[in-house]
Design a protein around this ligand. Sequence first.
Ligand code: SF4
Length: 299
Amino acid sequence: MIPSWWQHTTQHHPQREQDARSIRESWDILDQSVTSISGKKQNTTIASTSTNKSVQIHTLSNTINVMLIAWIQQTSLVDYPDKIACIVFTPGCNLRCRFCHNPALVLPWLIAATEPIPNDVFFNFLEQRKWLIDAVVISWWEPTLQSDLIDFCRTIKEKWFLVKLDTNGRDPTIVTSLLEQKLIDYIAMDSKIDHAQRLTLLQSKEHIHPYQQTMDILIHDNHGCDYEFRTTLMKPYHTRENFVAMLRLIQWAKNYYLQTYRPETTLDPDFDGVALTYDEMKEFQTLAQDYVQKCMIRY
Ligand code: SF4
């Protein structure tokens, strides 16, 4: 069923009403496909990601020319290096990482319960915070699914704020466009796992190619934009062997962060990953230092 907030965003806009009608059918197809894949819609059982389904998600987002904002964190001192930022969270993701700690913004039937924040409310908030915050972080669950992302970044830049994008790297074309137009100042991309483990950990059958392409763009063709890669480490999924395989994908990267895993809520309720100790993370850091320019730990 289409979320009520999409209906809300289309009110009094004939074109959007038409768009809403055309996406309603797509949303139902998506909803049904997820239900049939998971078989247990009500208890948030993990659903496999098919290419077909992720295309549908993208199509849905594409048909509404408005940035979908699930919620705003008013202040953060840690999400943009050395800056005070607010965070805009966008709903929807093409992946289904088993360890994802916010399924409410990933699984369509949970997103449907989210009431969106209208764009003008966000921009009014930004105006009021002009002298208090330096930057806007556009964050999970996957902002590049939003068709209005580029214009949204442009509007923020016109207000003289820095912009940081958090992405899983699914769309190198949008990333390139943002970099070329200088609409982002910092980009953080997840480097989750080596090729072999994608299906196990991410439940993703998508081809690795676009993700690798985004990594290469950030390392070799970033148009002067600062960037980082980051990995949430967990046992038993990250081993020395697959960690090194993953490091080869981001060789020469400027900044690489190792993050600690938070097991409280996971998209797959049966996920059995365990956080590493600080000493164990230090061992991975030592390994990484041979491949990237700078490796740091967020613990
Ligand atoms: S961890 Fe990130 S990429 Fe994975 S499902 Fe959650 S939001 Fe998507």
